[in-house]
Design a protein around this ligand. Structure first.
Ligand code: ATP
Ligand code: MG
Length: 604
């Protein structure tokens, strides 16, 4: 149960307000929830009444259905719900919405727990040791849900309907047409109760009957036209086994889950706005009957996250996985939490992103570059710098042996962090320069285009952190492809020595020594789709896959990068942010993923 981030990792101490914060602040000011008691665990009215004044000022919840991996949209909901609880002295419950018997999977449950923790949140009860309490499971409330169903039947608020599904559909009407009452609608409570018990006892086959709330078949809100609340399903449940052959509908189960957990603010996405009247109707009935504690939970809706170039439907993401279009749920191109993590995103960057995009009721799209910007902001002063050559060609310093000594390797160093935190000495990276170094193929032009400042015959540049060199030419193969660039080293120009400024150059290029550079697999990821809204307007998302979303190159990296541990993040100078792959990177076999470039290059 419950609770909030152990530490406040977001950069902004003062968070921008939003309509949900205003609602909570108003409730706290007027004491809406001040009188609540908490029974120490979820339960009915009596259970909570026997408890203590609730130590949590507010209770929110994050209620995923364990039928897939969480994605960036869920991350928004997690940061929102756990963040509000953290900021207002409350707790946030992690609750598995596992009322549907068919689709649960322990793999998904485990991955959701990991994702919430990794994002920086916990659900330990206030006053308990953090992390020990198990998340809640909605299926633990089946007994109460059934009791609530019998209560509704007894009070004339629900009936067993034995129309065929087709009849029910036709008789529900539509937006312009009121519904028609079921012929079973006026059965007596006693008759209904007997029939409900037969449903529960397995006497009826799947689909033979449903329990419906008795509200108003003419309501302009179709969700109030006697919604189904229990259906027959002879299926095993992962938690309750074969105890039940009837299962509650989501719209019935969800308000009850909130009520038993004494949730104060039940925050969901806008699709559920039309369900709110039923949410309130149901909890009003149960509170009147003394079954649930007062005050009952209230539902509030916000607009879901739409992120450009990204799909956030679990079903469609599963399709990508099942059909091998990506390597798995944690493919670094996936918008899943595990995918973002493997790609190199940090929890801090994702939290910052969620703060920054805010919470509204407006339909809008967030540009993917916003997420990347948050990552850059987080890593700018954290990620150690390093040089890597992604498209290597060898550069030979033809006078090296003569002026520096045959086989000589000169030690060099550069700061690993240009702006270390105050009071901390800048970490330093060490590497060597010798007769041969790797440079980027694009850093040499035999015939330079106008304005080109890097290597061409007769031009001088600095090898960053090393020496000034002067290009003398190149060697080529039979196809005219450059196989080696030739240059001479200018002695006494080593970076950091008094002679460093004696020769002025217009460019410094990145490089890696042939002697101590280490070959590395570098995975250059790009967006998975070519269309900014691959999932909108009935488009076929599979036709919009980016064929160039992954390019793998063999690069050379400086020794400090080769020593990376999995998950370590770096800024490869001039190229952007990279992470040592958490699955495939190993000592002696470095594998890096590109998280994002240094600047916003989207749409360019
Ligand atoms: P999907 O449709 O992909 O299966 P879902 O909404 O059915 O997603 P749930 O497991 O039911 O997935 O969602 C858990 C919580 O996450 C819900 O409260 C839901 O509102 C929220 N959520 C899901 N997608 C988004 C999104 N894109 N933006 C914000 N919140 C989201
Ligand atoms: Mg759902």
């Amino acid at each position: 149960m419950s609770s909030s981030a152990p530490s406040d990792t977001s950069k902004e101490a003062v968070r921008p307000s939003n309509f949900l914060r205003q609602i909570i602040e108003a409730d706290l000011a007027s004491g809406t929830h001040a009188q609540r008691h908490w029974g120490g665990s979820p339960g009915d009215a009596a259970h909570h009444a026997a408890g203590v004044p609730d130590p949590a000022k507010v209770r929110t919840r994050f209620p995923p259905e364990p039928n897939g991996y969480l994605h960036v949209g869920h991350a928004k909901s997690i940061c929102l719900n756990f963040g509000l609880a953290r900021d207002y002295g409350g707790v946030c419950h992690l609750r598995f919405d596992d009322t549907n018997p068919e689709k649960e999977d322990q793999e998904y449950v485990d991955s959701i727990i990991d994702a919430v923790r990794w994002l920086g949140f916990d659900w330990a009860q206030i006053g308990e040791r953090p992390g020990v309490a198990a998340p809640y499971q909605a299926s633990d409330y089946f007994d109460f849900m059934y009791r609530a169903a019998e209560y509704l039947v007894e009070t004339g608020n629900a009936y067993v309907d034995e129309q065929t599904p087709e009849e029910m559909k036709v008789n529900r009407g539509d937006f312009g047409k009121p519904g028609v009452n079921s012929p079973f609608r006026d059965r007596s409570p006693a008759e209904n109760l007997a029939r409900l018990r037969e449903m529960k006892d397995g006497k009826l086959p799947d689909g033979a009957a449903v329990l419906r709330a008795k509200i108003d078949m003419a309501s302009p809100n179709i969700n109030l036209r006697d919604p189904a609340i229990y259906r027959i399903k002879h299926a095993e449940h992962h938690n309750t086994g074969d105890k039940w052959c009837i299962y509650p509908m989501y719209t019935f189960a969800h308000p009850i889950e909130d009520a038993l957990e004494h949730i104060t603010h039940s925050i969901c996405t806008l699709e559920f706005e039309d369900q709110r009247p039923f949410y309130d109707w149901l909890l009003d009935r149960l509170r009147e009957g003394g079954l649930i504690a007062a005050p009952q939970p209230r539902q509030y809706e916000f607009s879901r996250l739409n992120l450009t170039y990204v799909i956030t439907s679990k079903r469609k993401l599963k399709h990508l996985v099942d059909n091998g279009i990506v390597s798995g749920w944690d493919d670094p191109r996936m918008p899943t939490v595990v995918g973002l993590r493997r790609r190199g995103y940090t929890p801090e960057a994702i939290q910052l992103f969620c703060e920054r995009i805010g919470v509204t009721k407006d339909y809008s799209w967030i540009d993917y570059s916003t997420l990347e910007g948050c990552l850059r902001e987080d890593l700018e002063n954290k990620a150690h710098r390093g040089m890597a050559v992604l498209d290597p060609v060898k550069l030979v310093l033809t006078n090296w042996d003569e002026v520096m000594g045959a086989g000589h390797l000169e030690p060099c160093s550069l700061p690993a962090l240009p702006h270390p935190p105050e009071g901390v000495e800048a970490p330093v990276r060490h590497f060597t320069i010798g007769k041969e170094v790797w440079i980027e193929r694009e850093d040499f032009e035999e015939v330079p285009p106008k304005g080109y400042k890097r290597l061409f015959p007769g031009n001088k540049v600095r090898l960053k952190g090393g020496y000034v060199i002067e290009c003398t030419g190149c060697e080529k193969d039979a196809d005219g492809r450059v196989t080696q660039v030739l240059a001479t080293v200018v002695p006494d120009t080593k970076s950091g020595t008094p002679g460093a400024d004696s020769v002025k150059v217009k460019a410094a290029i990145t490089w890696v020594g042939v002697a101590d550079g280490v070959p590395a697999e570098v995975r250059l990821y790009d967006r998975l789709f070519t269309d900014a809204q691959p999932d909108a307007g009935g488009k076929d998302f599979l036709a919009l896959l980016n064929p160039d979303s992954l390019q793998v190159v063999t690069a050379y990296v400086e020794p400090s990068l080769a020593q990376a541990r999995p998950d370590d993040k770096f800024q490869f100078e001039r190229f952007g942010y990279f992470v040592a792959d958490r699955k495939d990177h190993a000592p002696g076999k470095p594998v890096f993923n590109r998280v994002t470039g240094l600047k916003d290059s989207w749409g360019k």
